[in-house]
Design a protein around this ligand. Structure first.
Ligand SMILES: Nc1ncnc2c1ncn2[C@@H]1O[C@H](COP(=O)(O)OP(=O)(O)O)[C@@H](O)[C@H]1O
Ligand SMILES: [Mg+2]
Length: 293
């Protein structure tokens, strides 16, 4: 049984972004000119080149280029405030919803520029789904939480087909056996870990190609976290996943590649096992050995 619900205190702590000062940035050990390691994937689904993001005058992402490959989990790590969430949100245009936020550079999903004027963002966000830090089920039943997306995207031709999509999505999210007898109960009546799996079921119900996860376990207890991590590994068979995490252990457990961000720069990217055991950049080394973060 999962007993702990969302840990509000932990969430609040995470929201207190630590700013690194301009003085610190000027220290020689913080200098770097280009990303260390290979930004390329063998079989890229998303290709990002020279991405810059500003909030008003303030630049949050500096010239970041990165591929995300099919069936891989890429972890994005780095100190609080380094731009992980900002960069993640570029991939399904969630930054569009933030006033003052401007994104430049090239971001492609299977060769299609997702920032093209013709790109419909609702369709894009079905193809590139997102799971947030705090589980956010709709104020509707468990069934409706999952059925909503397939219904608005016209994915089911009949009630039976919709039932099948709901069941299949809940199964793949590892939640079916726990909720099959209470599909009419509110989504919010579930435990925190179950709510997060419900949100994952809701995301996969519309058959996305890419799933973005922004610290999906930070509000969960260890047992619920372990379940989500197992699930991420299973989902990799069918989806491409980018996960932001503040836990290096989690990055090591769930990802094949890791990208280390610092002050809005992508400092280093590489195979996860390699990056953690043999980092190339001093900043990466300092972070993984706990010198800051
Ligand atoms: N909505 C926003 N408006 C203005 N500045 C923001 C906004 N969101 C994030 N920032 C700033 O952009 C930088 C990167 O933030 P963020 O992407 O949230 O970092 P992370 O997810 O790595 O903690 C920080 O300096 C943060 O203060
Ligand atoms: Mg963040």
């Amino acid at each position: 049984m999962e007993t702990l619900a969302v840990n509000e205190a932990a969430l609040e702590a995470l929201d207190q972004t630590v700013e690194i000062t301009a003085d610190e940035m000027d220290k020689p050990e913080f200098k770097f000119d280009k990303t260390v390691g290979s930004i390329h994937s063998e079989n890229p689904r998303m290709v990002m080149r020279n991405v810059n993001v500003h909030y008003g005058e303030k630049q949050a992402i500096h010239d970041v280029s990165l591929d995300i490959g099919a069936n891989e989990v890429i972890a994005m790590i780095g100190p609080s405030g380094c731009g992980k969430s900002t960069f993640l949100r570029c991939m399904n245009r969630m930054n569009d919803t933030i006033e003052n936020c401007t994104v430049s550079g090239d971001i492609k999903l299977d060769d299609v520029n997702i920032y093209d004027k013709k790109q419909d963002v609702v369709t894009l966000r079905a193809r590139v789904g997102m799971v947030f830090q705090k589980p956010n089920p709709f104020p509707k039943s468990i069934y409706e939480n999952v059925a909503y997306g397939p219904r608005i995207h016209g994915l089911a031709g009949s009630k039976a087909q919709l039932d099948e999509i709901v069941r299949n999505s809940l199964e793949r999210a590892g939640l079916w056996s726990e909720v099959k007898d209470r599909l009419d109960a509110p989504g919010t009546s579930l435990s925190g870990g179950q709510q997060q799996r419900l949100c994952i079921a809701r995301t996969i119900a519309v058959s996305p190609e890419v799933i973005l996860m922004d610290e999906p376990c930070s509000a969960l207890d260890p047992i619920a976290t372990a379940k989500i991590e197992e699930l991420i590994d299973e989902l990799r068979q069918n989806f491409t996943i980018a996960i932001v995490t503040h836990s290096m252990q989690q990055a090591a457990r769930v990802s094949q590649r890791t990208a280390y961000f610092h002050l809005g720069y992508l400092v280093e990217v590489g195979e996860t096992s390699n990056l953690f055991t043999n980092p190339s950049h001093k900043l990466t080394e300092d972070y993984i050995t706990g010198r800051f973060g």
